[in-house]
Design a protein around this ligand. Structure first.
Ligand code: ADP
Ligand code: MG
Length: 689
């Protein structure tokens, strides 16, 4: 297709004032045209033939060429979903699974959850009629616990394999095994698969990076298939000097583009929810001070915890005359393609998990991106036409970046995946066929941790029932264990709330200009016992508030009431809504396991003891100089200023989070009595004679 044609279809932003019927059919037509214009469209026949001929296929193609949205539809049309079989597509990120499934449902003109659906942790929209199932890699791994041969799938596509998340890496190995086992069974019926016929499994690995060799080699010389992309020129700009504050620099760059550059939307890469929300507010603030005709800039956020109704807004064209500025995490690097982007602003950083197995410490740090990521980010400006990419660091710093990101399996706490592998019956972890083997010390450390948490027996076998229960819950082992213990301490209700609240980012909303006001209005939540109990009272108070207004039937009304309550109390309503969803889901999980959800009411002593018993590996003790020592790692740490215990500095605390910024901070704390550790975790803390 000619470049001019593509450009005009993208820049056509006129509103269609026709009747709903006419607009629906014109929408369908538009979608059909868009699908035909994608580079992958002309490859359909060749692709299907390659899948039919090869049991394993590695597909490599430029981002935006149509791999994720189109290939599953091609497979459906070619009959891969006959007899109730499904095509499963995994994504490293939940938000990609969600938005792409919605888009594909739209393209197929079906309601989400029918032919096309998605399943991610805490949110499953699929039904018995779902044939194209988008999900996170973690979700598929969990599904293997219930159906080891993944017998409902005729094809499994591991998408975004270049991201090398720990779940993707484990799936790459596991599916190799599943494929072998399924082909050995042939067309037979296997017990445990509800009488389903088990047919051979087709495996497709998709990647945006040009280096497919690593996957081809891993699968014994598997065939690779290249989809040609379409990429326009992008001018690259760097700063002259290093920036001290990339958020500030991003903000200035956004407004500079807005005032100096031609029409076209902006995509800004930032690190997380909190930062994105703060930039969103700063843009809005700054806009208020501009003359009326320069205000036509529409900031839109996209990050994983964003409620689903808001996620799709980034894909809609901006109103006529407006310029969109999409504030994204690295989700927009390769997983999703937002039409209309012409300008990219790259902060040069990303939030990444790092783990030190020797200290048993995992931290979530803001770190520089890799060269591959920076290049991929600039490429996003050249999807629809010529673009510009602004990097907020000097060019010499670009050359100092790592070539590519280290696979996550080499830098994360392995206890979760090892527990899952054990539950899948894979006992020899050290001998497991990983594409990139984690270090021996990381594996040994994880096994030891699982043993301490009671998930493994002394000879490293899955403990029954605790280990099985922990593997089944969609949580990190330490949280699963907390729920199991809370059941014994009769405070399961409270622990469910805390685990849900700890699963979301930034519960409180702290605007820079109103910090004092925020603090005062939140005072009544604050517990002298720490952050966990403070979160508990936030959750409970909102619950009571909504209970009093439960006459309100419409969901939209309830949500409005909730948003208002959050605003008055300086609580982040997005986060709280997310936490309430998570609570409902995990409550369902534990009830299914036969637990009776009981509450300790106001007996916070019992609850704190339960926290100490659950998180004994994350205890820290105050030292003479007022700093703290993390008991497990021996690290010197400080209480984070945002913790409610920052001033009171109790003698001993349990922490949930350890982060490294200018120094090592612990956050989300509960005050405990140090003697409890020896009493409640005697296998780990011996009392001194
Ligand atoms: P790939 O997987 O090769 O990176 P995708 O299949 O994700 O490509 O995307 C193909 C095209 O579909 C992209 O050019 C993008 O513009 C478009 N697209 C994807 N999702 C949406 C959406 N939610 N709304 C509008 N367009 C979309
Ligand atoms: Mg894709």
């Amino acid at each position: 297709m000619a470049q001019g044609e593509l450009k005009s279809s993208v820049l056509n932003r006129k509103r269609n004032p026709k009747s709903p019927v006419a607009s629906r059919s014109s929408k369908r037509q538009k979608i059909a045209e868009h699908r035909k214009s994608l580079p992958i469209a002309s490859e359909e026949e060749r692709l299907i033939e390659a899948v039919q001929k090869n049991d394993i296929l590695i597909i490599v193609g430029e981002t935006g060429s149509g791999k994720t949205t189109q290939l599953p539809q091609f497979l459906f049309n070619a009959g891969f979903c006959r007899e109730g079989k499904m095509v499963g597509i995994t994504q490293p990120r939940r938000i990609a699974a969600l938005t792409i499934a919605k888009r594909v449902a739209e393209e197929c003109d079906v309601r989400l959850g029918q032919k096309v659906g998605y399943s991610v942790r805490f949110d499953d929209t699929t039904s018995s009629s779902t044939r194209l199932k988008y999900m996170t890699d973690g979700f598929l791994l969990r599904e293997a616990l219930v159906d080891r041969l993944l017998s409902r799938y005729s094809v499994i596509i591991i998408d975004e394999a270049h991201e090398r998340t720990v779940h993707t890496d484990v799936l790459l190995a596991l599916l190799k095994k599943v494929q072998r086992e399924r082909s050995e069974i042939g067309g037979g019926v296997l017990r445990g698969c509800q009488g389903r016929k088990v047919s051979p499994l087709k495996l497709i690995i998709m990647s945006a990076s040009l280096d497919a060799r690593v996957f081809c080699d891993y699968y014994g010389g598997a065939k690779d298939f290249r989809v040609e992309g379409r990429q326009f020129d992008v001018d690259i700009f760097y700063t002259v000097h290093p920036e001290t504050d990339y958020v500030d620099a991003a903000l200035n760059t956004i407004f500079q583009i807005h005032s100096e550059e031609e029409e076209g939307d902006i995509l800004v890469f930032l690190t997380g929810q909190e930062e994105i929300e703060s930039v969103e507010r700063l843009v809005q603030e700054k806009l208020k001070h501009l003359p009326e005709d320069e205000r036509k800039l529409l900031p839109l956020a996209i990050f994983s915890a964003l409620p689903s109704e808001q996620q799709m807004r980034v894909f809609a064209p901006a109103p006529i005359g407006f310029r969109k500025v999409v504030l994204a995490t690295n989700i927009a690097e390769t997983s999703i393609t937002i039409p209309g982007i012409r300008y990219v602003v790259d902060s040069g950083v990303v939030k990444a998990r790092t783990y030190d197995p020797n200290k048993g410490m995992e931290t979530l740090d803001v770190v520089p991106v890799s060269k591959a990521q920076a290049i991929q980010r600039s490429g996003r400006a050249g999807r629809d036409g010529y673009g510009k990419s602004f990097h907020l660091y000097p060019e010499r710093d670009f050359w100092k970046l790592e070539d590519s990101t280290k696979p996550e399996i080499k830098r994360c706490n392995l206890s979760n995946v090892i527990l899952q592998l054990k539950a899948l019956g894979i006992d020899d972890i050290l001998g497991f066929d990983f594409i990139d083997k984690p270090s021996r010390s990381a594996i040994v450390k994880a096994l030891a941790e699982l043993h301490l948490l009671g998930a493994l027996t002394d000879d490293c076998k899955l403990a029954k029932p605790a280990g099985e229960q922990m593997a089944r819950l969609p949580l990190e082992p330490v949280y699963s264990r907390a729920l199991i213990l809370a059941n014994q301490f009769n405070c399961l209700e409270e622990m469910l709330i805390i685990v849900a609240m700890l699963s979301v980012e930034s519960i409180f909303y702290d605007p820079r200009q109103k910090r004092e006001e925020a603090r005062t209005s939140r005072n009544h939540f604050v517990s002298v016992e720490g952050d966990h109990l403070t979160y508990l009272s936030v959750y409970r108070e909102l619950d009571e508030f909504l209970e009093e207004r439960k006459a309100e039937k419409s969901e939209a009304k309830v949500e409005k009431i909730m948003r208002k309550w959050c605003k008055v109390n300086f609580v982040n309503s997005r986060s709280l809504k997310h936490a309430r969803d998570i609570y409902r889901q995990i409550r369902g999980n534990v009830e299914q396991m036969g637990f009776n959800v009981s509450s300790c009411g106001n007996d916070m002593l019992e609850y704190r003891r339960c926290i100490a018993a659950s998180f004994f590996l994350k205890a820290a003790q105050r030292q003479m100089d007022g700093t703290y020592r993390a008991l497990e790692s021996g690290e010197i740490v400080h209480i984070h200023p945002s913790s409610v215990l920052f001033r009171s500095k109790p003698e001993c605390v349990i922490f949930d989070e350890l982060m490294q910024t200018s120094q090592k901070y612990i956050n989300n704390l509960t005050r405990i009595d140090p003697l409890w550790l020896a009493e409640l975790a005697p296998h780990h803390y011996k009392t001194e004679e």
